[in-house]
Design a protein around this ligand. Structure first.
Ligand code: FCB
Length: 460
């Protein structure tokens, strides 16, 4: 048994997002988001669950902040629901929505918890989706208007900002799934991913010239550790191809103000990429970010059956969405995602090396597991506990190996509405009894509390 130690000042936190926990979907002047529409449309979400009430955090935020305090969290990562602030996405501001985040931020600060504020965790105002969503440059400009307001209003108290959460998912994968309209809209997703990068750069520019530019601003990506299924040259090549699209297509623009040439070339065979202009890349170059947030849960094992597969990125990526469930000898979570802690180490080292030693926060890491065994009012989530210990140990190993990692956030503070999966998949440190809205501690939450207190934990 040895002790895994963390440096003083390491930021321990937990993360949530507005749509997944707040509820109050149409209260106090909030506008509708694309996820309100999706969850109110039968057949999209598992069991037709909605997030109308979710964890009722909108009303219970004070109690939730007390839980964070008891857990000893140094920081809390939450997102702002854009349609609470601008019900139609732009133009008129909703003072009651603004007040809610004032209250939350003040409550956090009064309890010694640092806010890490995510401007966009997928709940696009519906009115903007009707304009074409992220495929339309004007939507990016509406986002910058929203971001500018947020920086000027909350920036006196919030010093850590995240422009976007996981563009790979909302600006590419969801286009492929058809959440925003027609299914399989790969080219729309590629356009959207670029315009999101442009909006990211413009938001950074707006931040640097806002009234309180003295904090740090970054983006959260979800880079995947990728491994070939076999050692064959074809499988290894497949890894490079997929890596280009799911990793470098998102990392390169925000770090290097360019797109990976191999992926660009491959995509340009079937997609018109002329919307990527010199001017856009210049904007990215002139507005570098301060840190990278990484969300990491699992890894992907990649293989290709024939050479031609490599030319069809869309098909190759489609196959990856198949969960690993029922595969023998592979440890996986309730979502079917492989548990492979070494993947976190690999990604951290690789990003450190490829992108010139950036400041990194792990902005999400965690797992879905069962919560049906309760002993003495504590949920026995031993699988999660084991997962967290092993992943956090790899984070420490990467730091000892020189990676500039400054913080770690568990996904999630509490069970919540897991998008397409509804309430079935449970990621929380705290269980929510949705009938009573009671908050119930899990074993992992108690361990996390003790670990934060000691800033270290025994590991074998
Ligand atoms: C991430 C999302 C987060 C949550 C987890 C399980 O992709 O950022 O909101 O749904 O997955």
């Amino acid at each position: 048994m040895r002790r895994i130690e963390f440096p003083d000042g390491f930021t321990w936190g937990a993360a949530t997002s507005s749509f997944q926990i707040e509820g109050a979907w149409n209260e106090d002047g909030k506008g509708e988001s694309i996820w309100d529409l999706a969850s109110h449309t039968p057949g999209i979400i598992k069991n037709n669950d909605t997030a109308d009430i979710a964890c009722d955090h909108y009303h219970q935020y004070k109690e939730d902040v007390q839980i964070m305090k008891k857990m000893g969290l140094k920081a809390y990562r939450f997102s702002i629901a854009w349609p609470r602030i601008f019900p139609r996405g732009q133009g008129e501001i909703n003072p009651k929505g603004v007040q809610f985040y004032d209250n939350l931020i003040n409550e956090l600060l009064a309890n010694g918890i640092e806010p890490f504020t995510d401007l966009y965790h997928w709940d696009l105002p519906l009115a903007l989706n009707r304009l074409g969503g992220w495929e339309n440059r004007e939507v990016g400009d509406a986002y910058v208007e929203y971001a500018t307001f947020i920086f000027n209003h909350y920036g006196d108290r919030v010093k850590n900002w995240i422009t976007f959460n996981e563009p790979m998912i909302f600006a590419l994968y969801y286009y492929i799934l058809g959440l925003y309209g027609k299914k399989g809209n790969f080219s729309g997703g590629i356009c959207a991913s670029h315009l999101v990068n442009v909006a990211h750069a413009k938001a950074i520019k707006a931040y640097r010239s806002c009234e309180y530019p003295d904090g740090k601003i970054g983006i959260t990506l979800n880079p995947f550790p990728l491994y070939p299924i076999t050692e064959s040259a074809l499988d290894k090549e497949a890894v490079t191809v997929v890596d280009g699209l799911v990793n470098r297509w998102f990392l390169d623009p925000v770090f290097k103000a360019s797109y990976p040439p191999d992926t660009f070339e491959l995509l340009s065979k079937t997609i018109d990429l002329s919307l990527i202009t010199e001017n856009d890349l210049k904007l990215l170059k002139e507005n570098p970010m301060d840190f990278l947030g990484i969300n990491l849960y699992s890894c992907w094992r990649i293989g290709a059956r024939k050479k031609e597969d490599l030319n069809n990125l869309f098909k190759l990526i489609g196959k990856l969405a198949t969960p690993l469930k029922n595969k023998k000898n592979i440890e996986s979570s309730e979502t079917g995602w492989e548990v492979y802690p070494e993947g976190l180490f690999d990604i951290l080292k690789r990003i450190d090396y490829d992108y010139n030693h950036p400041l990194i926060y792990i902005t999400e890491n965690g797992m879905a597991c069962k919560d049906d065994i309760i002993v003495g009012r504590i949920v026995q989530d031993d699988d999660r506990l084991s997962y967290l210990k092993r992943y956090i140990e790899k984070a420490s190993k990467a730091m000892n190996d020189g990676v500039n990692l400054k913080g770690y956030f568990v996904w999630s503070l509490m069970d919540n509405f897991e998008m397409f999966e509804g309430y079935e998949k449970k990621f929380g440190l705290i269980k929510i009894d949705y009938e009573t809205q009671e908050r119930i501690w899990k074993k992992s939450a108690l361990w996390y509390r003790d670990m934060i207190k000691a800033n270290s934990f025994p590991f074998s």
